[in-house]
Design a protein around this ligand. Sequence first.
Ligand code: GDP
Length: 323
Amino acid sequence: MAYMPKDAPIYVAGHGGLVGSAIVRELERLGYTKVLTRSRAELDLQDAEAVLRFFQETKPQFVVLAAAKVGGILANNTYPADFIHDNLKIQNSVIEACYATDVDRLLFLGSSCIYPKMAPQPMPESCLLTGPLEPTNRAYALAKIAGIEMCWSYNRQFGTKYLAAMPTNLYGPNDNFDLKNSHVLPALIRKTAQAIKDGAEAVEVWGSGTPKRELLYSDDLAEACVYLLNLPEDEYAKLLREDTPPLINIGTGEDVTIRELAETVARVLGFKGVLRFDPSKPDGTPRKLMDVSLIRSLGWKHSVELEEGIRRTWEAVRGELAG
Ligand code: GDP
């Protein structure tokens, strides 16, 4: 039996983004009738008073915090002040409003970059705060770590039921395909599409091609999020222990090198040229593979494999990118 009633008001913060849009689709697919969303123009999530008013008026019972300032390695490295400032403000106002209006379950989303740069691979939830962070996204990571700590602190002090879910690198149709700010997969799809269009012989790939990344399709993440929110009371309670942060990894447990990723994109799009690596761009962390044994033990596993996910993403955006 699903924990969330079908007519429960569920607020998805960040419904326009890659993650939020997939979660809204999943909730609607499952027959949830009161999914609340607000555009950025309607509600500025950095404005704590406005957020509190919105919560008081709409009384969400469940909240997914998928709104964040996010970006790829270059954006994180270039605008660290924006990444720490905006994310702290957004999460503070939403978590505070959840507490003030007695929200039942909150799912706070972060990312795998919260774990130390040299964390054991795969990375279990228990390696949080055991070593220095990767410098290229330290500001973002610290904001997210503060969010996890805040969920935990509220749970301990006030008995709330806030859970922090850390997805691995995500991709899917509503991604940001902007070349400077995006993550690697949408960037590779865009560059490869452009190379085909131009009849170019090479696609430029940043860095050495040797770092490894784990990638999860956005619909799989959405399924996992709703699965967690719907866990029976006793199983959910086990994730909210006094002695460890309320933290759970969401990933596939498999990773590929950036070179393999670029080759897979080339195969799916039908690009016959070569890859040209640009070592002047940062590699970032060498590897960040999630240990997914906790979520697997709860009965969830991803279903969309990488090549299939890239195919689906490409089908959704080719009209726009192939031009
Ligand atoms: P990260 O996972 O936080 O490091 O962020 P990204 O997804 O932006 O980058 C992952 C890896 O892909 C890094 O090693 C990048 O250097 C590499 N990469 C290769 N080509 C690109 C590209 O065109 N854009 C981006 N963002 N990364 C690329």
